[in-house]
Ligand binder design. Sequence first.
Ligand code: MG
Length: 249
Amino acid sequence: MIVLKTGREISLMREACLIAAGALKAAGDAVEPGVTTAQLDQIAGDFIRKQGAQPAFLNYNGFPAVACISINDEVIHGIPSKSRVIAKGDLVSIDLGAEFNGYIGDNAATFAAGEISPEAQRLSDTTRESLYQGIKVCVAGGRIGDIGAAISNYCESRGFSVVKEYTGHGIGSKLHEDPSVPNFGKAGRGTRLLPGMTLAIEPMINQGSAAIRLMPDGWTVKTLDGKLSAHFEHTIAITADGPLILTQL
Ligand code: MG
């Protein structure tokens, strides 16, 4: 069931989303060689709690941290650890959510630890831009398939591949609501986009093949071929005037 939000509900959600965005920026600003992923998680958690909000991922389905932090060939759901030290040239994806006012904001971005390879930079830039290509078509009257088509066309035309097993999602008082928002699809197909829909759009894009594997920790998802992956996400609202990016600072 898709829960449409009123303008007032979207305003409340915006506050949760701004906290999530601030936490992502704080953790992202701290990415550098020598820092552990547990330290980044601590920074994100401190930021969220200081605003009177709650980390939305902590204990969600048993996830043990504030943020998912996934490095290089890790696609998503990496678990922060004191023993995981970021190295120069790493591509560090941070995904986190905050709950405030009874609503949740969810966002992700990929950060560079020092200087990264040109190919890593191109993957990251392409993934970020594909998120905006997907958001651009989040207009009332469109279809869910428009979003995935925009994202996959953009990335595949640049030689990258789209992870299919994990998708964006509706979001609101729950972290994951209907509908699911695949990063692939056919334009003009799928659920009709309506004003009041709030969606987390989140392309997960691989440098090599789209194939992934789940690690024995039960959370971390890696590329099967060991090549790089990047991840960007915004929570957005569809309004009569077009898409509103709620996690934009
Ligand atoms: Mg999400």
